[in-house]
Design a protein. Sequence first.
Length: 635
Amino acid sequence: MTTLKFILRQIIAVFFIAAGFLSMTASAAHASNIFISDTVTADETNENKTIAVWLDSSPASGNVTVTYTITAGTAAQGADYQAGAYTGTLTFASGGSTVQSVAIEVLQDEIDEDLETVTVVLSNPSAGSTIIQSQATLYITDDDLPPSVNVADNSSAEDCSSANCTGGNVSFEVYLSNPSSKTVGVDVSTVDSSATAGADYTAVSKTIQFAPNSTSETFDIAIANDGSSEDNETIIISLSNPINASLDNSTAVLVIEDDDPAPQISIADAIASEDVANVVVSLNAPAGKNVSVTASTQGGTALENTDYAYFTNNITFAPGENSKTISIPINNDTLYENDEQFQVLLSNPSFGTISDNSSLVTIISDDPKPTVSIASSSASEASDNQTATLTLSTASGLDTTVNYATSNGTAIAGSDYVAVSDNVTFSAGETSKTVFVTIISDNTSEENENYTIALTSSDNNSDIGTNASATMLITNDDSDPTLNIAATTAVSEDNTTANVVVSLSAPSGKVVSFNYDMVDGTAVDGQDYTAASGTLQIPAGDNSTLIPVTLLTDNLDEATENFQINITSRTNALQGTLAGTVNISDSASTPPPVVSIADASVNEGAGSVALTVAVTIAFMLDKKNLITVSQVSHI
């Protein structure tokens, strides 16, 4: 519409100019009418523009004058235009030119603006002249493109210590590429990048307006000082929906520079049972980013994959975390052992520094001490050595030493065995040890003998069990001696008692016992002796004993008489001479009897005659010694 009006005004102006010239030609005698161009258009690129003022006829006499005044419309004097004189007088000389001009210099600028106007107003015509067209408008068309809206990257320390930050608010500038006489608007919004609205900053969504000729506006973004060490974080600032402008650099990045110290990573010592070790890795303060560190085990007195499982892994703390626990399996063995140790070492932190890189993990042994016992054994006297076995109830992880000593039983040290007082050491893992005792052999038949080996004490790595002593049996390897009774024993009736010797072929270490009885021979129980029976012993170490015999004395003159002693049974002896004869000789003081015969006569031819023999005994005869003499003599 503005362009159409401008064209119409140009046509009208040309028409009036033409009409004026015709009028002047037709009649120069009438009064002059003054005209000025209605509209004139100028481009900012034109340096000067003239506006025509004319008379419809040349003055017949005298000059015609008119005053002009240049007045700013929407254009600004000195910025959009200028003139040699902003008010002046145009003089049309009689007979001279009927056209004058007002010169206006159009000034070039770089401001996007609407169509601007300058007004030239005519006034004060000289006498006899009339202003027909009193005002002209100069339209200055803009040749500048609309400005572009830009936003620039920015940064600020999280604690707002930067120059562009005040009270926790970062000032952000939005600017135009060139001024505009129009009101320029643009929408501004923030978009999360690595920073998070509500946690790291306060989101912004607003419209910014630029007043005419203003090229810069600011807005604030509130940032949060969270005290958490983290990477620098970013916010995207986005421009959209420009008004009277275009978008050039429509996005920018605000970098929130972290000002918190990097975390310090440490690992704590740990005490573990024989199950699992829980080792704590810590940050001195939570970080705002992932923090990782490598943790690896290293053996000490505890052996890798024997006492604990080898471990190596990256430990990662998520943002906000400040503690992680590593669980390392512990081998639950049954060995009694000292507390053992290994280390967990930290290395290769992704962020921050390591303040304590080593954890000393102590595995507390929870197994009881093993107990030690000793077992009895037997050995032949012919053996050089006798062995005894010491046993641990379970294998131990430690060496342990046990003291032991022998003591006499029926076996005597120095005679039957060599005494020992010593110790034996079980190395770690061993459960059985053998000790030796020297056996002394002899040629004496004896009872099996025994002695004792006792566990007297142990070190702190084991306890003496309930089987703390062992009875060691030495079995006899010698034959029993033979048992013999004297084959004959001569005794006198003059003695009331006698002894019959029973002997061994060799002394025995055992008690030899035997039973005996007495059997009549020519000697009669109750007349010549008193029969007896019984049990006798030959003590260990002796080789003989005596069987007592009671003899009976009489006054008879008699021959040597005898009876028999028999060994009827025996123990701990072999069969020898088991029957012996006891011969009892008559008393030397008993006189023999006197024998006499009486005289007799017989007739010749009688055939035979009996003679009587008489015996005279000083003492009574034993009934066994009654003598009957019958003698028949044939004469």
